[in-house]
Ligand binder design. Structure first.
Ligand code: IPE
Ligand code: IPE
Ligand code: MG
Length: 252
């Protein structure tokens, strides 16, 4: 079975898992703790899940850390999330290096402080030559922003004469999107019980398998990731074809 067939029959491991890490606030509230403690606990889950993804041999994992809409939260919570982001950024580099993992960020960086931008750039540079799993952190990311930035850059190429307007198709626009050099997410997981996409990877998840769990992010662990991946393994991905067609291709 070729890797393309494996991807189409939905068997085996996903190559790329994308996760909305939701439920930190409710986890804290249930314990009558302040929301920031939920976020701090969420960082522990993040470490566990990233390590497990690496150990399971995933090619890529994309985690939604802060959405373009999360600026609407109380200023104090935003400030604490930014602080947590910088602290975790600094502390995780060594662990990622030890695991030969690459770190990358997607999202609009223009809203971040120059100090944070520099830490992000340095982290990408330091881990950039690693050849293991790519960990992507979506920070100030929005799926609509992504499509708009791709359209803007394509338009600039049209103006510069590098691209003809009439040649713009889904295929020619794809390379301008974030994550264009990675396989598209095979499996999307959202913890915390909400069943929505909240402006995450709108373009890239056109054919991704969705998995929702009530489990709050701080409670999500290695076994929970395995359960999600097992659910994925049992699905038939048809990409528009009939089930019979997929079975024939898979068995060929
Ligand atoms: C997700 O947890 C973390 C971020 C959005 C940064 P929430 O903070 O959204 O947790 P709930 O949804 O309020 O429980
Ligand atoms: C999505 O969670 C964003 C992140 C986990 C970073 P939210 O908690 O912000 O999503 P909504 O507002 O409930 O849709
Ligand atoms: Mg939430």
């Amino acid at each position: 079975m070729t890797s393309a067939d494996t991807q189409e029959t939905g068997q085996g491991l996903p190559r790329h898992v994308a996760i909305i890490m939701d439920g930190n606030g409710r986890w804290a509230k249930q314990r009558r703790l302040p929301r920031p403690l939920g976020h701090r606990e969420g960082v522990k889950s993040l470490r566990r899940v990233v390590q497990h993804g690496i150990d399971r041999g995933l090619e890529a994992m994309t985690l939604f850390a802060f959405s373009s809409e999360n600026w609407r939260r109380p200023a104090l919570e935003v400030k604490l999330l930014m602080e947590l982001f910088s602290v975790v950024l600094r502390s995780e580099i060594k662990r990622l290096m030890d695991n030969n993992a690459r770190l990358r960020f997607i999202g609009d960086r223009s809203a971040f402080s120059s100090r944070l931008c520099e830490s992000m750039r340095l982290a990408e540079e330091t881990t950039g030559r690693n050849t293991g799993m790519t960990l992507v952190i979506a920070a100030n990311y929005g799926g609509r922003w992504d499509i708009a930035q791709a359209a803007r850059r394509a338009a600039l190429d049209v103006v510069a004469g590098r691209l003809a307007a009439e040649d713009i198709t889904a295929e020619t626009l794809s390379p301008y999107m974030s994550l264009a050099d990675l396989p598209e997410p095979d499996l999307f997981i959202r913890t915390g019980g909400e069943e929505r996409i909240s402006n995450f990877l709108l373009w890239q998840m056109a054919y991704t398998e969705f998995y929702f769990t009530e489990c709050l992010w701080p409670d999500f662990d290695e076994a929970a990731l395995d359960t999600a991946m097992l659910s994925f393994a049992g699905r038939q991905r048809r990409f528009g074809r009939t089930g019979d067609q997929v079975e024939q291709r898979g068995g060929a």
